[in-house]
Each structure stands twice: as C-alpha cells, then as structure tokens.
Design a protein around this ligand. Structure first.
Ligand code: KG4
Ligand code: ZN
Length: 381
C-alpha cells in the first residue's frame, strides 16, 4: 500500500509518499521545506509566522512529493498526518490540508503522534537495492524493519526528552522525562546566551568540535590538567534514582558562567570549551539514564530519536556505552536525514499503525476527516 504522510508541527513543511509491503518500507519521496532561516532572526520559532509559511508551502510540497514518487492521488491508500503535539497554528495547516484531501480523494486518514513518528524513523534504517531509474529522483529506498522488542527509545528533540519502553510495536510506556526544558531546547537556549546562531544544536556541536580534547563517555576530563578555562558544569539529576531529566539548571549554569567572564564571549577558545562542556554534560546525563533504564527494563534494542539524534558525539558515545555496558543489546541510530522533522517518519509510523487496526477501524478511517482532532498536547498512547 502507498501512504501519503504530512508533517507541519513546527517549522518544517513536509510531505512524503511511502510504500509498505509486509515488513518492507520504501520511501518514494520525502520533501522537506525548512523555515529555519525565517525563524533564526527571532532566535526561535514564531508560531504564527510558521503557520503562514506552512500555508504558502503546503501545496507545492505536496505536489512535489507526489511527483517525485511518481504517484497520482488514485495510487494512494492512506493519508497520515501529524495531529500533535506541536504548535497549534502550524499543526492546523497540516491537519486541515490532510482532511480536505481525504474528503475529496475519498481516502482513509489517520492522525500520528509526532514522537511516534520520530521513533519510527528508526525503522527506516537500511538503504539497499531497489532498482533505480536512469534519470530523475531515486525510486525508493528499501528499508529493513525487523527490530527486536522490547525496545527502549531515548527521545531527544526540541520539545521532548523522554525514555520510552516499547514492549511491542505501537505500545508506549514513558518511564522518564524532562521535568523542565527538553535537551534540544537547552541547546537552543544556550546558543542564544552565547549569541552563536540558531538552531542551537548544530552550532554548539560545531563549536564543541573546535575544542581540542576528544572525550570518552562518562568523561573524566576534570582530571586533565591543561584545559584552559577549567569550565565545570553540573550533570543535573545524574544520580537521582529515577529516569527523569532536568536541563533548565544547566542552561542557567551556562548563563552564570558567561556572566563571570563577559569579556571572554568573543574568545573562540572559551566558546569552544564552554560548548564542549555543555554538550558533554547533556550527553553524560542522557547516556547514564539510558544505561540505568536498560539495566532495569532489559530491552533487546535501544534506539535514539528526535532532532538531537543528529548529534554525532551523542551517537558515538551512546553506541560505545551500549557496547561496553550492555553487549547483548542492539543499538539503532536513525539515519541523519530522518532525525529532524519529516513526513517520511509519519508515513512509516502510519504503516505500522494501519497494520494493527481492525477491518472496522480501517473502514471508519474513511470518515475520520469529520472527527480527527488537532491537539497541541496530544498524549502518546
Ligand atoms: O525533532 P526536531 O527536529 O523538532 C522537534 O520535534 O522539536 O528537533 C529540533 C531540535 C532543536 O532543538 C535542535 O537544536 C536540535 O534538535 N538539534 C541538535 C542537533 N541538530 C538538531 N541538537 C544537538 N546536536 C545536533 N547536531
Ligand atoms: Zn520533532
């Protein structure tokens, strides 16, 4: 079957056509139109501006996704749209468009939770040989979807930081989450304090790479004597006896650090050391909690999800920590191109959800355009 996915929960307008066959998923197209440049001048996403951009972009993005997939509306079997959580003005552009298409094209429609989409980006992890056309965009990527359950997912995005236990497909138990800021949000806020650009994650990761010491997981860098500025930030809640997180105090610690050394803010070495120490503090906490959660819940697979999953140090150190501490557990990292917001992950999640639905539920999905809700605080069920 062919699924049209639509994602507009934040600042990317995206549409994708995905083909699901048994356990194989083929990404026929995945068009993402980013608004990052527009929001950069404000240092964060402005919801109403995002909605206007989505409105401008949604039809060209949909047309291109269908064209690249070489698919006509008649070829589609299902429409899947992110219906929360996210910015309500932004979400509404996606859900209204999807519902209208469902009505006119007489196709079933289902809502997908944004975080469910991020998790299922991990099910798009092996690209192999579907025959490619001589010209034009690639036909499809053949993707391996055999994943051993139970799964422990570490979700790290701009809006969420959660440890989620999945006994089977589409089953979620949140075993820990942030009590305040999300990890990506902390990256964005720290970049703002340092005035080094937006979004914060990629720029901090870049600046951190300029710091000359490459750390190992659970760094002992305090013991290395030749660090120029000796910046030490806290690892919040690293010793708490639960799997919750807190990153707001870490951001404040960065603020205090910069207030002590305002004249160093133009100093490249200082910024590099501060970015490195901040990034390492986030990574230390994320990895330590993930390993402890895995020791308690015994998953067969650990996966990383969300925009922060693009962070190369987090990917490297998580992989290493799992190998060293949990050799029987498989670590799956999403392909970088599916870590940020995109519609392929939404359509992929929809393939799995559709498979779990009864005949009656599938029939009812033809009428879902009447009732499908859009919820800024949608809960993962
Ligand atoms: O999942 P996502 O695209 O949007 C939300 O659902 O929130 O995540 C965006 C977040 C932003 O906070 C961004 O700074 C962060 O992901 N991010 C990164 C990196 N790339 C993006 N954080 C750390 N390192 C990166 N390389
Ligand atoms: Zn996201």
């Amino acid at each position: 079957m062919k699924v049209l996915g639509i994602e507009t929960s934040c600042d990317e307008t995206s549409a994708s056509v995905v083909e699901c066959q048994n356990n194989d998923i083929g990404i026929l197209s995945n068009v993402v139109s980013s608004q990052v440049k527009l929001h950069a001048q404000w240092g964060g996403v402005v919801p109403n501006l995002a909605a206007r951009e989505h409105l401008k972009n949604i039809i060209p993005v949909l047309k291109l996704a269908l064209k690249e997939a070489n698919a006509a509306p008649a070829d589609l079997d299902l429409i899947a749209v992110t219906n929360g959580p996210g910015l309500i003005p932004a979400l509404l552009i996606g859900t209204s468009s999807a519902k209208t298409l469902s009505y006119f094209w007489e196709k079933p429609i289902i809502g997908i939770h944004h975080i469910e989409g991020h998790i299922y980006a991990n099910f798009i992890y092996k690209i192999s040989g579907i025959s490619q056309p001589k010209a034009g965009p690639p036909r499809a990527e053949k993707l391996k979807t055999k994943i051993s359950f139970p799964v422990l997912a570490l979700v790290v995005s701009g809006g969420h930081t959660q440890l989620i236990y999945m006994k089977r497909n589409m089953s979620y138990k949140i075993i820990g989450q942030t009590l305040d800021d999300a990890a990506g949000e902390a990256f964005d806020k720290v970049a703002r304090i340092l005035n080094i650009g937006y979004p914060g994650g990629p720029v901090i990761a870049q600046r951190a790479m300029e710091f000359p010491i490459s750390n190992n997981q659970f760094s002992n860098k305090y013991k290395i004597p030749n660090i120029k500025y000796q910046i030490q930030l806290p690892r919040p809640m690293i010793n708490s006896k639960n799997f919750d997180f807190s990153f707001s105090g870490l951001k404040t610690a960065v603020l205090y650090e910069t207030k002590k050394h305002t004249r160093l803010l133009k100093n490249k070495d200082y910024i590099a050391e501060l970015c490195h120490e901040f990034q390492q503090a986030v990574i230390d906490v994320l990895i330590s909690k993930t390993i402890e959660a895995a020791q308690k819940y015994n998953p067969k697979t650990i996966m990383l999800a969300g925009g922060v999953a693009a962070n190369s140090e987090l990917r490297r150190q998580l992989g290493k920590a799992i190998k060293n501490n949990l050799p029987a557990v498989t670590c799956i990292l999403p392909s970088i191109k599916y870590t940020g917001d995109n519609a392929a992950m939404i359509a992929t999640a929809a393939c799995f959800r559709w498979k779990k639905m009864s005949v009656l539920q599938k029939k009812k999905a033809l009428q879902n355009w009447k009732t499908l809700d859009t919820d800024a605080n949608l809960k993962l069920k």
